[in-house]
Structures are given as C-alpha cells and as structure tokens.
Ligand binder design. Structure first.
Ligand code: SF4
Ligand code: SF4
Length: 55
C-alpha cells in the first residue's frame, strides 16, 4: 500500500526532495504521491512538518 498525503499538507515541498523514487509532485490543493511508484519507505512522513503523509 502506497503512502497518501492528506489535506493537512501546506505544500512546503520538503517531502518531494526526500523521496528516493521521486514519486511526489505538486498537485492543486496538496502535494501528491504516485501510488504506482511509492515504495513505502516512510521518508515523506518522517520529514513532513504537519504529519500529512499516511501509510
Ligand atoms: Fe516516496 Fe517513500 Fe513517501 Fe513513498 S513513502 S512517497 S517512496 S518518500
Ligand atoms: Fe505537504 Fe508535508 Fe510534503 Fe510539505 S512535507 S509538501 S506539508 S506532505
């Protein structure tokens, strides 16, 4: 199961630079994770200031 970014996202962009497979991109309301590429490493959740990415 891929991680998903919730509405808490403030679009700071930190997670995108920490993703080892570069599967996070800026969406309209939040940053978004491509579920087909996410390897469930948890880096995005660890660096997010508002705890938006959830397993
Ligand atoms: Fe990228 Fe890892 Fe977050 Fe998946 S869990 S989006 S691979 S940083
Ligand atoms: Fe959104 Fe958190 Fe990623 Fe920042 S680190 S863009 S708040 S999900």
């Amino acid at each position: 199961m891929a991680y998903q970014i919730g509405e808490e996202c403030i679009k700071c962009g930190v997670c995108a630079s920490e993703c080892p497979v570069s599967c996070i991109s800026e969406g309209d309301a939040t940053y978004e994770i491509n579920p087909d590429e996410c390897i469930d490493c948890g880096n995005c959740a660890n660096v997010c200031p508002v705890d938006a990415p959830k397993a």
